[in-house]
Design a protein around this ligand. Structure first.
Ligand code: C2E
Ligand code: CA
Ligand code: CA
Length: 710
C-alpha cells in the first residue's frame, strides 16, 4: 500500500517538474526572442538615427550654398567637422568628392590626419559607388555598418544638396558627406538600459556566442555582433517555484503517509473488532464458556492436533438432571444462577487443557485429549458426578441436581469433531434413559437402535392417527370368591410388517415423543366404550407421568367420561410413583382434581422401584397394586414373604385395598389372599384379551374353573 502511495507521489512529482521545466523553457525561449528582436531593433534604430541625421545635414540649403557657391571650407569645418566632438549624433564626419578624395575629415572634433584609410573602408567605397551611380534615387543617401579602426560603426553617405530636392544647384560639383557613429561602450550601456538587455556588448564575428545578433555590412560581411547575457526568466521562476513545489510534494507525501497510517490503524481496529465479534459469536453469554459453534471450532482443532500427536480425543456430553425442576419451581433467574455456578465449578474441575462448552439449556460438553483418554474421561465423569451430587447453594436456596453423562472417543483423531459430539449426545441420551445420574459410553449399536427407534416412532405416530391401537382387557378377580370384578385396559399395537410390539417398547417411545397424551386418551375411550357392555365390571386404565403433566389432562378425562356415558366411580387410573417423587406439589394438585371428577387413583407397580408406603398416605391413593416382581419373589419364601405381608398389612391399616398383580399359580393366589389382597390379577385368571373374550367370560358364573381352583 505504502509502495503504491510512494509510486503515486513520485509520478506526480515527476509530472509537475516536467511541466514546470517546459514552462521554464518556453519562458526562456520567449525572452530570447524578445531580446533578439530588441537587439535587432536597437541596431536598426541606431542606423536609422544616423540616417535621419545624415538627411538633415546632407539636404541642407546653407551647406550647399557654402560648399558649392561660396566654397567656404571653414564654414563646412565648423558645421560638420567640429560637430563630431562630444556629439550623440555622429563622431566622424568626412567630406569627399565623387572620386573619393577627402576634402575635410574630422573625428571626435579633431581633424583626421594619418589613418584616414581606417575610416574609408570598402563598405564606404561600396555605398559611395552606389550613390554615384544613382543606386539611391530618391534620396542620394545610404547607410550601413562597417568596421573602422575605432570599432564598429554605423555610417551613412549622402550627397550634399539643396533641401528643395534639386540635386545640385551649383554646377556639376558634387560633394558627399560621410557620417559615422561608433558603437562605443557608452552607447552600448544606454542601449542595454533602454532595451533591458543585460551584458550587452560587441563581439567579433568569430566569437561563437548563441545569444547575439550579427551586424552585417552593406557588402554582406558580418562586421561584428551584439551579444547579451540571456536572463533565462524561466530558470529564474523555476528556481523560485521549485522549493514551493518540493514543499507541496512533501506535504502530499506526508498526507499520504498520514492517510496510510490512519488507514492501517482503522484497518487493524476493524480487524480487532471483527476478531472480537467472532469471539463473541463463539461464546455463550450466560456462562462465558464457548457455545456450540465455539465447541465445533475448538473440537475440530483438537481432533487435528490429536491426529498429529497420535493421541485420542474424548468428549463428555453432560445434561443436568434436575434443572427443569429448579427452573419451574424457582424461576429463570435462579435457573441462570444455577447454570453460572455449575459452569464455574466445571471450569475448575476440567482444568486448563480441556475445552468446556455450554451447548444451551442445561447441556454442557467437555473435550479432552490424551494417550489414555478413556481412563481420563471416566475419571473426569466420576468427579463431575460427585461434584454435582453435592447440594449446590444458589442464592438463598439449596438445590440438588445430578447429571447424566455420555462419552464418545475419537481414537487418534479418526472421528470428526461433529461426529463425536453426535455420538456423545447419543450416549448421554442412553444414560438418561437408564435413569438419572448415569454415565454411558457410546457404542455403535446405539446408532442402530436410534435408527430403529426413529422408524418405530414414525410408525407409532401413524398408528395412533389411523386408530390402529387396540386395547386388550385383563381380568381382575375377587380374591375371595374368584369372580370377575373388573378389567385392566392394556394397549396393543400390531406394527405393519413387524407383528405385535410390546407395550414395554412402544409406551416409552410414546412417552418420550409426547405421543402418549393421544395414545392414553385413545385407550381410555376404547375401554370406556367397551365398559358400556359390562355394567357389573370396574375399569382400570394406565396413565403415564407425561399425561399427568399435561394441564388439560383432567378436563379431557372428564369430557371423555361424559361423552361415553361412563360412571367415573367405576374407573381407576393407575399411576407409578415416579411423577409423585419428581413433582409432588403438582402431582398432588392433579390428583385432587381427578378425584373431584369422581375417578379413583391406584398406585401401580408397588415394590418395583423405591416405593414407599408413605406416598399412599400422603396422596390419598384409592388402591395399591403390588408388582409382579414382589409376588414372584415371595415364591422363594424368607424375607420377601415377610416384606410382602408387611406391605399389604400396612396398606390395609390405612384402609387402602390392595390388588396383587402377576398371579401365575394357585400358591401365589392363596398366599396373597391370605396376606390380605382383595383383588387378584394374573395369567392364572386370564391373560389380557380382546373385549369379545371378556364377554364370554362374563357369561360364566364363576372363574373358579378358569383358575383351576374349583
Ligand atoms: P402394568 O400396568 O403393570 O400392566 C400389567 C402388565 O403385566 C401387562 O403387561 C400384563 O400383560 C402383564 N401381566 C399380567 N399378569 C401377568 C402374569 O401373570 N404374568 C406375567 N408374566 N405378566 C403378567 P403389558 O400389557 O405388556 O404392559 C406392560 C406395561 O405397559 C404395563 O404394565 C403398563 O405400565 C404399560 N401399559 C400398557 N398399556 C398402557 C396404556 O394404555 N397406557 C399406559 N400409560 N401404559 C400402558
Ligand atoms: Ca397397570
Ligand atoms: Ca402394574
Amino acid at each position: 500500500m505504502l509502495l503504491i502511495f510512494a509510486a503515486v507521489v513520485i509520478a506526480v512529482t515527476g509530472m509537475v517538474f516536467t511541466a514546470l521545466d517546459r514552462v521554464g523553457q518556453y519562458a526562456n525561449h520567449l525572452d530570447e526572442e524578445r531580446s533578439r528582436q530588441a537587439v535587432s531593433g536597437a541596431i536598426r534604430t541606431f542606423e536609422d538615427q544616423l540616417a535621419a541625421t545624415l538627411h538633415d545635414y546632407a539636404a541642407w540649403d546653407d551647406a550647399a550654398d557654402h560648399l558649392y557657391r561660396k566654397q567656404d571650407l571653414d564654414w563646412v569645418v565648423r558645421n560638420f567637422g567640429k560637430m563630431t566632438q562630444n556629439s550623440t549624433l555622429y563622431d566622424v564626419a568626412i567630406i569627399m568628392d565623387p572620386s573619393g578624395r577627402v576634402i575635410t575629415a574630422h573625428a571626435d572634433g579633431d581633424p583626421v590626419g594619418a589613418g584616414l584609410e581606417g575610416y574609408v573602408t570598402p563598405d564606404v567605397w561600396y555605398l559611395l559607388n552606389r550613390i554615384r551611380n544613382g543606386g539611391a534615387d530618391e534620396y542620394p543617401e545610404l547607410t550601413g555598418f562597417t568596421q573602422t579602426n575605432d570599432g564598429t560603426a554605423a555610417f551613412g553617405i549622402g550627397l550634399i544638396r539643396m533641401k528643395s530636392g534639386e540635386r545640385v544647384a551649383f554646377g556639376n560639383d558634387r560633394r558627399y558627406v560621410l557620417f559615422m557613429r561608433h558603437l562605443k561602450q557608452s552607447v552600448l550601456q544606454r542601449l542595454s538600459g533602454a532595451y533591458v538587455l543585460p551584458g550587452l556588448q560587441l563581439e567579433t564575428p568569430e566569437a561563437g556566442r548563441s545569444h547575439r545578433v550579427d551586424i552585417v555590412s552593406p557588402t554582406g560581411r558580418t562586421v561584428a555582433a551584439l551579444a547579451w547575457m540571456p536572463r533565462q526568466p524561466g530558470d529564474i521562476s523555476l528556481a523560485q517555484v521549485r522549493p514551493l513545489v518540493w514543499c507541496a510534494v512533501a506535504m502530499v507525501a506526508i498526507y499520504f503517509v498520514l492517510l496510510f497510517v490512519s488507514g492501517s490503524q482503522a484497518l487493524s481496529r476493524l480487524a480487532a473488532d471483527e476478531a472480537a465479534a467472532i469471539r463473541l459469536s463463539l461464546t455463550d453469554r450466560l456462562s462465558g464458556l464457548v457455545n456450540r459453534s465455539g465447541l465445533f471450532v475448538r473440537l475440530s482443532e483438537m481432533v487435528n492436533m490429536a491426529r498429529a500427536a497420535e493421541e485420542d480425543v474424548a468428549l463428555l456430553y453432560l445434561d443436568l438432571d434436575g434443572f427443569k425442576e429448579v427452573n419451574d419451581a424457582y424461576g429463570h433467574a435462579t435457573g441462570d444462577q444455577l447454570i453460572r455456578s455449575v459452569s464455574a465449578g466445571l471450569s475448575v474441575l476440567v482444568g486448563e487443557d480441556a475445552v468446556l462448552a455450554r451447548l444451551g439449556g442445561d447441556e454442557f460438553a467437555i473435550g479432552i485429549m490424551s494417550r489414555h483418554v478413556s481412563d481420563s474421561a471416566n475419571m473426569l465423569a466420576r468427579r463431575i458426578q460427585s461434584f454435582l451430587g453435592e447440594p449446590l447453594s444458589i442464592g438463598e436456596r439449596i438445590a440438588v441436581i445430578g447429571c447424566s453423562i455420555g462419552i464418545a472417543v475419537s481414537p487418534r483423531g479418526s472421528v470428526s469433531g461433529e461426529e463425536i459430539l453426535r455420538r456423545a449426545d447419543m450416549a448421554m441420551y442412553r444414560a438418561k434413559e437408564e435413569g438419572r445420574g448415569r454415565c454411558c459410553v457410546f457404542d455403535e449399536a446405539m446408532d442402530v437402535e436410534r435408527e430403529e427407534r426413529n422408524r418405530l416412532e414414525i410408525d407409532l405416530r401413524r398408528a395412533i392417527e389411523q386408530n390402529e391401537i387396540m386395547v386388550a382387557f385383563q381380568p381382575v378377580v375377587d380374591a375371595q370368591r374368584l369372580t370377575l370384578r373388573g378389567v385392566e385396559a392394556l394397549a396393543r399395537w400390531t406394527r405393519p410388517g413387524y407383528g405385535p410390539v410390546r407395550p414395554d417398547v412402544f409406551i416409552p417411545v410414546a412417552e418420550r415423543t409426547g405421543l402418549i397424551d393421544q395414545l392414553g386418551l385413545c385407550v381410555l375411550r376404547i375401554a370406556c366404550e367397551a365398559l358400556v357392555r359390562w355394567p357389573d365390571l370396574t375399569l382400570a386404565v394406565n396413565v403415564s407421568p407425561g399425561q399427568f403433566r399435561d394441564p388439560s389432562f383432567v378436563g379431557r378425562v372428564a369430557d371423555l367420561l361424559r361423552e361415553t356415558g361412563t360412571d367415573p366411580s367405576r374407573v381407576t387410573l393407575e399411576m407409578t410413583e415416579t411423577y409423585f417423587i419428581q413433582n409432588p406439589a403438582r402431582a398432588r394438585d392433579t390428583l385432587d382434581r381427578l378425584k373431584a371428577i369422581g375417578v379413583k387413583i391406584a398406585l401401580d407397580d408397588f415394590g418395583a422401584g423405591f416405593s414407599s408406603v408413605g406416598y399412599l398416605r400422603q396422596f390419598g391413593f384409592d388402591r395399591m397394586k403390588i408388582d409382579r416382581s414382589l409376588v414372584s419373589a415371595a415364591d422363594e419364601g424368607g424375607r420377601a414373604v415377610d416384606m410382602l405381608q408387611a406391605t399389604v398389612a400396612l396398606a390395609r391399616s390405612l384402609d387402602i385395598p390392595v390388588t396383587a398383580e402377576g398371579i401365575e399359580n394357585d400358591a401365589q393366589a392363596a398366599a396373597l389372599r391370605i396376606a390380605g389382597c382383595d383383588q387378584l390379577q394374573g395369567y392364572l385368571f386370564g391373560k389380557p384379551m380382546p373385549a369379545c373374550e371378556i364377554d364370554s367370560l362374563r357369561a360364566r358364573t364363576s372363574l373358579a374353573r378358569l383358575s383351576g381352583m374349583a
